[in-house]
Design a protein around this ligand. Sequence first.
Ligand code: F6R
Length: 258
Amino acid sequence: MEVVILPTAEQGGKLVADIIASALRTPGTIGLATGSSPLLAYRELIRRHREEGLSFSGAQAFLLDEYVGLPFGHEQSYRQVIRRELTDHVDIDPAAVHSPDGSGDDPLSAAEAYEKALVAAGPVRVQVLGIGANGHVGFNEPGSSLSSTTRIKTLTEQTRQDNARFFSSAEEVPRHVITQGLGTIRRAEHLVLTAVGEHKAAAVAAAVEGPLSASCPASILQWHQHATVVIDDAAAAQLHRADYYRYTFEHKLTGQGF
Ligand code: F6R
């Protein structure tokens, strides 16, 4: 696992955009997260599409998760969020942007169908991840099986409160979600987790330096052959080996890449 600590969130967004842009050079599947953490990276990708000709035309995109029970087209459904924040602004085929269907009356079957669609699409080249303050990735809340596949999960009250900022009240945040499992996420070839701000520092420290444990779902990064954590100084504040991570980044060999 490589931990890259950068002074600003903007620098982190550029680095995450670099990694995604390099995966887009050949046709393939990319995995997208919603939420605030990847927004600067998505803005940078849109800029590169407009100004530098970066193309998404050969890409399939799969979202990590979706709320259960929001009507189709709800502005806070992740299907709509990713369109608004990224895919409507680049040249990806709208039919190539996939998300679990949480709006129907059979979310259990929708979860199974999504897992199958992911398997059929082939390996996810780069999976973008945020991290919840409680260590969740996707919506795999603490206690999630390390081998889980796409399924229904019940959000913790903390996550519902954290996401209430996107709704007019906390009560409106759905209780259930369809999320890729930790086993699903682990199949991606490259995991790129990004976090900014002091409120993520404890979760980042548990994920990177704590035990590999279902109690901190993001700790699965430690078990992955290719994981990159891109964080700002504030999110790195509780890392014991922060100096070593900075030193390693400053002394990367030419061609070592990400
Ligand atoms: C979103 C997702 C979640 C978020 C996490 C952090 O698709 O899967 O795991 O990445 O809740 O959210 P933000 O980035 O809003 O702090």
